[in-house]
Design a protein around this ligand. Structure first.
Ligand code: HAM
Length: 419
């Protein structure tokens, strides 16, 4: 056992997995750019109030999962548990309401939640997220869903499902919440302990409780989609017809209410083909028309999503999908005579300037050991430099696939390997 291991729920992303990460990052950035979304990066920590807002209490994120600390200057800070509130804070701080609306932003960032770690659920994880702020039109809802769908398609992912709901707004939700409370009032003693608390603090979450005792009551619970005001109902109908126009299939799930406090109207999640168990959403999001106001801005609508990169990689591997092959190491320089050390670094430098990948061997190791190392690194060529090559001003170029070899001047080697 080494003295230290990474803390529970966080992990290293090792070189073997980096091609997946690069592939996802590049694909996300390309698809986002195709939709006109510009990249934003917000800080890893924020003032606690950005996330711990009145109204956000009663969510697991704030009550149980947030990493909160006081810094040495006494500021109350949190490690960002999600991206939306941080992006909205930046939108206000930088006067983005003066830009043409909506402002379309995306991010690929790390987030921190004191969650119970398991496959696909970590305490530090990454999301590809997008936010469109400043336009309440249903067309933006469809656009954001289409963006996430296009990202999955660009990776080749298949079999995922879009789950959709509308959870109303401040006009229609209060009356619905009362109906929900009335429905659950005589069932409280049969609910799980979490739900008895939720009944008071956040009754919507009664609907998506995963605990066994609460399951029998869901089917007959009043459905929010049946209790929308006219404006929300019309908005939802237009979102659905736009999705149909785009050929995006969806399943209406009346119990889909999302875990964060700020959602209004459209709420959605993408579920993977083979559901790896609970909490396996590939991504989710929705509209948050009240959030900017909660952060001190003028009423401003917004919608977005976050998709978990680790979960996506798990699902891509499950479907045997992988990144395009990385270019292999082009050349390994084997130093056959310690006197050739300087020449070796000069050759390496000349090749790298011509964009040829090169690893240089160690003069202290035998030529045999260096050539074995070249094979272990899967190098395409070995360049051997010994006393003979030093004397003749050449490099011995060996093709490690065909075993052919010839001695050539450096310029000829550069020309050969860079084409
Ligand atoms: P969320 O549903 O909390 O939404 O997270 C979005 C996605 O992040 C999840 O669907 C999942 O793929 C991934 N995720 C969440 N928690 C973990 C975890 N502990 N380990 C690994 N992956 C995880 C949000 O965060 C919202 N900010 C999304 C949004 C953007 N809504 C509007 N705009």
């Amino acid at each position: 056992m080494p003295q230290f291991q990474a803390p529970r729920g966080v992990s290293d992303i090792l070189p073997s997995d980096q091609p997946y990460w690069r592939w996802l990052r590049d694909t996300a950035a390309r698809v986002a750019a195709n939709f006109g979304y510009a990249e934003i990066q917000t800080p890893v920590f924020e003032h606690a109030g950005v996330f711990i807002r009145p109204g956000a209490e009663g969510t697991d994120l704030v009550d149980k999962e947030v990493y909160r600390f006081e810094d040495r200057g006494g500021d109350d800070l949190v490690l960002r548990p999600e991206g939306t509130a941080a992006v909205c804070r930046a939108y206000l701080e930088h006067g983005m309401q003066n830009l043409p609306q909506p402002v379309r932003l995306f991010y690929i960032s790390s987030f921190f939640r004191y969650d119970r770690p398991q496959a696909g659920r970590y305490r530090m994880f990454y999301q590809f997220g997008a936010e469109a702020i400043g336009d309440g039109e249903p067309a933006v809802d469809a656009e954001v869903i289409d963006l996430l769908r296009s990202f999955f398609d660009a990776l080749g992912l298949t079999g995922y499902r879009l789950l959709l709901n509308s959870i109303g707004d401040q006009n229609c939700r209060p009356a619905y919440i009362e109906k929900l409370r009335a429905y659950y009032a005589d069932k409280l003693d049969r609910l799980c302990a979490d739900c008895r608390a939720r009944y008071v603090t956040n009754p919507l979450r009664l609907l998506d409780c995963k605990n066994e005792p609460c399951q029998p009551f869901k089917a007959d619970a009043p459905k929010i989609a049946d209790n929308l005001c006219d404006a929300c109902a019309e908005h939802f109908a237009t979102v659905k017809s736009l999705l149909e126009g785009l050929g995006i299939e969806y399943t209406i799930v009346p119990t889909l209410v999302r875990g964060l406090d700020y959602y209004t109207r459209t709420a959605f999640e993408f579920e993977p083909a083979a559901d790896g168990g609970q909490q396996s959403a590939l991504g989710g999001g929705g509209r948050y028309d009240g959030l900017i106001e909660q952060l001190g801005g003028k009423p401003t609508p917004g919608i977005g999503f976050g998709a978990g990169i680790e979960r996506l990689i798990l699902n891509l591997k499950r479907q045997e999908l992988g990144p395009p092959e990385l270019p292999r190491l082009n050349a390994y320089i084997a130093i056959a005579d310690p006197a050739a050390q300087v020449r070796a670094v000069q050759v390496a430098d000349a090749l790298r300037r011509a964009n040829v990948s090169v690893v240089a061997g160690a003069a202290s190791r035998s030529l045999r050991a260096q050539l074995r190392h070249a094979n272990q690194l899967n190098a395409r060529h070995a360049l051997v430099i010994g006393s003979e090559e030093l004397a003749s001003g050449t490099v011995n170029l060996r093709d490690l696939e065909t075993s052919e070899q010839e001695s050539l001047p450096l310029e000829a080697v550069v020309l050969r390997l860079s084409h």
